[in-house]
Design a protein around this ligand. Structure first.
Ligand SMILES: [Zn+2]
Length: 77
């Protein structure tokens, strides 16, 4: 079983569909029981869509603050 850190590390590739089937399955297995990472996925997916759509605009303070909080949280795992 992979750890939260490993799951989050591959999150962007996962969202981009860039992972091989084996890694993808490992993350999905992890997400199926880990609420914390599910929150990360929802947030990262949200941010990714936002960045793709608003690439030319500045990230709102609200989103930036949430991103920083998320990254800080990951550092304490
Ligand atoms: Zn997790």
């Amino acid at each position: 079983m992979i750890s939260c850190a490993e799951a989050v590390e591959q999150l962007w590739e996962y969202l981009d569909g860039a992972l091989i089937e084996q890694d993808r399955a490992a993350i999905e297995e992890h997400l199926s029981f880990c609420r914390r990472c599910c929150g990360e996925v929802e947030f990262a997916d949200e941010l990714r869509v936002f960045l793709a759509r608003e690439a030319s605009e500045e990230i709102p303070d609200e989103v930036r603050a949430r991103l920083i909080t998320t990254l800080d949280g990951l550092g304490t795992v």
